[in-house]
Design a protein. Structure first.
Ligand code: CA
Ligand code: CA
Length: 282
């Protein structure tokens, strides 16, 4: 292969189906030399999907191959995983990109998910296939509560614009957790750290805890978390309570996996940060 490949990747958290269709339509148009001919042969390309299983855990890597008949010279491979990833892989010219391609992705929460695959050959023929995978909360942790034990200047002033002894001087707390996504991509594996939990604001410290038990916050046992904490002020302003950089604390669950306690405590004495996650092991 002398020509380099174009790889287009879109990583979004919203619904991507409309974009996916849009891109496919563009590809159809650009590949078609005769629109009437195109209509007649639409969807005539065979698509085979070879996937090991159809049930996965939250954050677990899903990897499968897509192909057409061995004599087909494919020009483009696309897939849409709806709510998290859409990608296409194309050759720069009419040269083939080969027949068999590997698609990697993963899901961040339980549910039934559809994955759509589109193949286009050098003549502009299109083939589509869709599969459903079930994401279940096995080998994961469900986060039910976040409890702050301490942070710098807890019970002291974070909002000095208020008079002394006014409780409004206390910090207005918000935390966020981000987690690593399963590797994604066509014929390659990319990892990303994505937004996951952004808490409500506890005004003037509140009761220092957030009840998350009604939410579906699952994370794979081997995954990692990035924690940040801020004092929120009116408007878009916030003060970093971790006094970064780094603006996030990274941790995982390795040290807890043997005993599986209901409460996981994380202490960072240098930053005066101390918090507890109440969890369920699944
Ligand atoms: Ca305040
Ligand atoms: Ca504040």
């Amino acid at each position: 292969m002398t020509n380099s490949m174009i790889v287009k990747k879109f990583l979004k958290l919203g619904t991507l189906l409309p974009n996916f269709i849009g891109i496919l339509i563009l590809l159809v148009i650009s590949c078609s030399k005769d629109s009437e001919f195109q209509e007649e042969v639409m969807d005539s390309l065979e698509v085979f999907i070879d996937i090991e299983k159809l049930t996965y855990g939250v954050d677990e890597q899903i990897s499968f191959t897509v192909s057409s008949n061995p004599n087909e010279n494919l020009k483009t491979v696309c897939y849409s995983a709806f709510e998290n990833i859409e990608a296409c892989y194309s050759g720069l010219t009419d040269e083939s990109i080969g027949t068999v391609h590997t698609i990697n992705l993963g899901y961040r929460s339980p549910g039934i998910r559809k994955i759509a695959v589109e193949l286009i050959n050098n003549e502009g023929l299109i083939g589509t296939k869709e599969i459903e995978v079930r994401i279940i909360p096995q080998n994961s942790i469900k986060i039910n509560k976040m409890k702050l034990v301490s942070f710098i200047d807890i019970n002291y002033s974070w909002d000095p614009e208020y008079p002394e002894n006014d409780e409004n001087r206390l910090a207005d707390l918000r935390f966020s957790l981000r987690k690593v996504g399963a590797g994604y991509g066509i014929n390659e594996t990319n990892y990303y750290i994505g937004d996951w939990i952004l808490s409500d604001i506890l005004e003037n410290q509140g009761n220092l805890e957030w009840d998350l038990s009604n939410e579906e916050y699952f994370i794979g046992l081997d995954n990692r978390i990035f924690f940040s904490l801020a004092d929120i002020d009116p408007g878009p302003l916030a003060q970093d309570i971790l006094f970064g950089p780094p603006y996030e604390l990274e941790f995982d669950f390795q040290e807890f996996q043997l005993e599986k306690p209901d409460q996981l405590r994380f202490q960072y004495p240098d930053l005066e940060i101390d918090f507890i996650l109440e969890v369920e092991w699944l």
